[in-house]
Design a protein around this ligand. Structure first.
Ligand SMILES: Nc1ncnc2c1ncn2[C@@H]1O[C@H](COP(=O)(O)OP(=O)(O)OP(=O)(O)O)[C@@H](O)[C@H]1O
Length: 217
């Protein structure tokens, strides 16, 4: 599902964030991405989401070679990827419902379908009763759940998360990880960058460890 073959990423300032990286994630797999600060974790996720492009090498996602993908196809490609961030990136002047609806509005869904899918996503993350709230009225863990609902509302086959529990206490972090597991159990490929060694050492998933832009031994 996710295939990196000798991938290099050099930023315009000449910093090489990824150096000859090769790895493979199976369809339906759940895995963690770890490594020191600056190791290249966010860069790797950005290459999968086509927020950045590789300098050399092949990134192949669901049999599509991203290096060959023209710009006009990128928005359509991105519907396949759900993205969850540490700071949730919610719009604070919009309700929970509106935040989760955003990807569906962008992809031009009709009103009824939006209502149905948003409520289904909020139900999955346990926030159905809070759809009219503003994000500010929610706890940190609930805000992260809104971010997850927004990421899955398009039913993407791949879910990427960049430090999704970075701001949460251990109990809430565990709950968020359980949510990711539930999506994985219904077939979603889940890839989570995390520093939280305590949490991920208790979970039975593969770890891909980066060190200075390469796979650590
Ligand atoms: N847009 C950019 N321009 C130049 N250098 C960048 C850019 N983005 C990241 N870098 C550099 O690339 C390296 C890898 O960054 P990246 O954010 O991928 O690391 P990370 O493993 O996610 O780190 P952290 O755990 O601190 O978030 C770092 O040295 C960083 O400074």
């Amino acid at each position: 599902m996710i295939n990196f073959n000798q991938v290099y990423k050099r930023y315009p300032n000449q910093h090489e964030a990824l150096s000859g990286l090769s790895f493979h994630l199976e369809r339906g797999e759940m895995a963690f991405l770890t490594g020191h600060s600056g190791a290249g974790k966010s860069t790797l996720l950005k290459l999968i989401a086509l927020i950045e492009r590789s300098t050399h090498g092949q990134v192949i996602i669901n049999n599509q070679n991203l290096g060959r993908m023209p710009r006009w196809k990128v928005p359509y490609y991105r519907r396949m990827i759900g993205l969850v961030f540490q700071d949730h990136n919610l719009l604070h002047d919009r309700t929970v419902f509106d935040n989760v609806a955003l990807p569906l509005i962008i992809s031009g869904e009709n009103h009824r379908e939006i209502g149905r899918r948003v409520r289904a996503a909020l139900d999955k993350v346990g926030l159905l009763g809070k759809e009219r709230n503003l994000p500010i009225a929610l706890s940190g863990g609930e805000q992260q759940r809104v971010g997850i609902a927004r990421a899955v509302v398009n039913r993407p086959p791949i879910l990427l998360a960049d430090e999704p529990t970075g701001n949460l206490d251990p109990e809430l972090s565990q709950e968020i990880m359980q949510l990711f597991e539930q999506f994985n159990q219904v077939g979603v490929t889940v890839f989570i960058a995390s520093h939280d060694h305590d949490l991920i050492s208790r979970m039975p998933y593969r770890r891909i460890v980066l060190q200075n832009g390469r796979l650590a031994e």
